[in-house]
Design a protein around this ligand. Structure first.
Ligand SMILES: [Zn+2]
Length: 304
């Protein structure tokens, strides 16, 4: 198990060396942290089904955004101008956004995908996904997945709503996003967006799998039920907090109706006619440190 984990990182780092020279030191630091976490929790990243193989399927890059703000601070915020440039670049280069519904239909043999598909995702459920991102998605005729943290929407957003820079989406905001027809609301757990006790929502080293699954089920169900009550729909997409995947989570996610899950491993995906390939889709974080062309030139190339 640990061997597999290490091999993955050796391959991953070799790829990174060629493709992300500028940021290599930061990635190295990040990967080193992941390796340490991997040694602590033996289940992280192990035996998780990957999306297709390198030689088959339709190539799908997935972009991970968080906050769109004119005061970016750190690796998880981009400016409105950068986001607009991203959408302009994708449209100008013939890319079309796809939804989880589109992907699922394709995997079930009930639909086709565009020639150059791309998926846009937003994690954490920031209010600026509504105030800033949605109007631009409308302008460019694109769609996205916004994965909310139930606790942030239930508690944090209500106390200090509608500040572009830091507020989270209220349920009223979530309804507006969903009714736009451009946004699928995903789950980012109800209250497991933390590294305090465990790495995100993954199993801890030595934890009984059944107890873990009961804990996870209870948390995820809470957001599914809140979303159903507030919007009439339960999420079908799930974003693992911090990208920490474990195989024990998969049966629970399937049982609760999730059709697609997202990691944070930075590589592309290959979509095949098998809906299992939608569990653990890899994503590229859109850091503000790249300009649009530099970022997309790197991520839009198949990893062959
Ligand atoms: Zn998050």
């Amino acid at each position: 198990m640990r061997q597999n984990f290490s091999n993955y990182h050796v391959i991953h780092l070799k790829k990174m060396t060629g493709r992300f020279t500028k940021k290599f030191k930061l990635f190295l630091l990040f990967d080193t942290m992941l390796i340490i976490l991997g040694l602590i929790g033996s289940s992280l990243y192990q035996s998780v089904p990957s999306s297709g193989t390198f030689q088959e399927g339709i190539f799908l890059p997935v972009v991970m955004y968080h906050s769109i703000t004119d005061f970016p601070n750190g690796d998880y915020q981009v400016t409105k101008e950068q986001f607009a440039q991203d959408l302009y670049y994708l449209r100008a280069n013939g890319y079309e956004t796809v939804s989880v519904g589109d992907l699922y239909a394709y995997t079930e043999g009930k639909g086709e995908l565009p020639e150059h598909p791309v998926m846009l995702t937003f994690d954490d459920g920031f209010y600026n996904n509504l105030s800033t991102a949605l109007p631009l998605l409308e302008e460019y005729n694109m769609c996205a997945v916004v994965s909310i943290v139930g606790y942030y929407t239930d508690e944090t957003a209500e106390k200090d709503p509608h500040v572009d820079r830091y507020s989270y989406l209220t349920w009223e905001d979530v309804r507006i996003l969903e009714q736009s027809g451009r946004i699928e609301i995903g789950s980012h757990t109800y209250q497991l967006h933390s590294n305090e006790q465990r790495a995100g929502c993954s199993i801890m080293y030595g934890e009984d799998p059944e107890q873990y699954q009961n804990m996870l089920r209870k948390d995820l169900k809470k957001l599914q039920e809140r979303a159903r009550t507030e919007t009439g729909k339960a999420p079908i997409a799930f974003a693992y907090p911090y990208g920490f995947i474990c195989k024990e989570s998969i049966p629970v996610l399937k049982e609760l109706g999730f059709l697609c899950t997202f990691s944070c491993r930075e590589q592309g995906n290959y979509i095949i006619r098998d809906s299992n390939c939608l569990y653990g889709l890899d994503r590229y974080n859109r850091s503000p440190d790249y300009d649009t062309e530099e970022f997309f030139t790197k991520i839009l190339q198949p990893d062959l």
